[in-house]
Design a protein around this ligand. Structure first.
Ligand code: ADP
Ligand code: MG
Length: 234
């Protein structure tokens, strides 16, 4: 199949449905390096889930991804693994920003990054509302590799925390995009997108559902994305 890559027009390709009878692929088969495959095994991940099996190889090829799959299908590792693999190749601070709709989710995502990235001592900072700004600013001063944040709070830090910038950001993830938009984070997301680099940045949008709001967020932020959709009825 062919991607249309005209200026101003983004295209989304549907991937073919997986063959149910095909032998299951391991993380290594997807192109995941040994140290990360081992980290998966240590976490009890024997085989990739369908969304991981479909999206990880495309992400490792450098594609922007729209990942659609139901809650509990393993979407966190689907975006964390390719980001960590790229980080291992060229470790640098403020490598990835993950936007999540709730505090609980932000902490869960950070924990998965730390567990999967334990071998390289990946540093994460969590920026969520309802907590003191100062300890978060101190955590940013330690130059974390990955920032996991609610949109409002990361924008607050971008505007008010001296020395904090995401101008070298390599990966942006919008997790649970449908909920981010239901919670009216749209205008804040637009402001964040304006200050992030576009050049050399990879973007992943993960969601349980696709809506017209999610579609327009996707068009505003992803470059020639591949759409990976795993139906829950399979
Ligand atoms: P989602 O974001 O799609 O709701 P999560 O990423 O939170 O799902 O994953 C749901 C649960 O499945 C988590 O407890 C996670 O640790 C576990 N998990 C993720 N990938 C695998 C895997 N390949 N094998 C087994 N368990 C997994
Ligand atoms: Mg999730």
């Amino acid at each position: 199949s062919e991607a249309h890559d005209q200026a101003g027009e983004e295209s989304a390709l549907e991937t073919k449905p997986t063959d149910e009878d095909a032998p299951k692929k391991s993380f290594s088969d997807l192109g995941v390096i040994d140290s990360l495959s081992e980290a998966c095994a240590n976490m009890g991940y024997k085989l990739p889930t369908p969304i991981q099996a479909e999206s990880i190889p495309l992400a490792l090829q450098g594609r922007d991804i729209i990942g659609l799959a139901e809650t509990g299908s393993g979407k966190t590792a689907a975006f964390a693994i390719p980001i960590l693999q790229a980080l291992m190749e060229k470790p640098q601070p403020f490598f990835g920003l993950v936007l999540a709709p709730t505090r609980e989710l932000a902490y869960q995502i950070s924990q998965q990054f730390e567990a999967l990235g334990s071998l390289i001592n990946v540093r994460c900072a969590v920026l969520v509302g309802g907590m003191d700004m100062v300890p978060q600013a101190i955590a940013l001063g330690k130059r974390p590799h990955i920032v996991v944040a609610s949109p409002g709070r990361v924008l607050d830090h971008l505007e008010n925390t001296k020395g904090f910038s995401l101008r070298n950001l390599k990966y942006l993830v919008m997790d649970e995009a449908d909920r981010l938009l239901d919670l009216d984070f749209g205008p804040v997301l637009d402001k964040i997108l304006k200050v992030l680099p576009r050049e050399g940045r990879h973007t992943y949008l993960f969601s349980a559902t696709m809506s017209s709001k999610v579609e327009s967020l996707q068009r505003a932020s992803l470059h020639n994305p591949v759409r990976v959709s795993i139906s829950s009825s399979a």
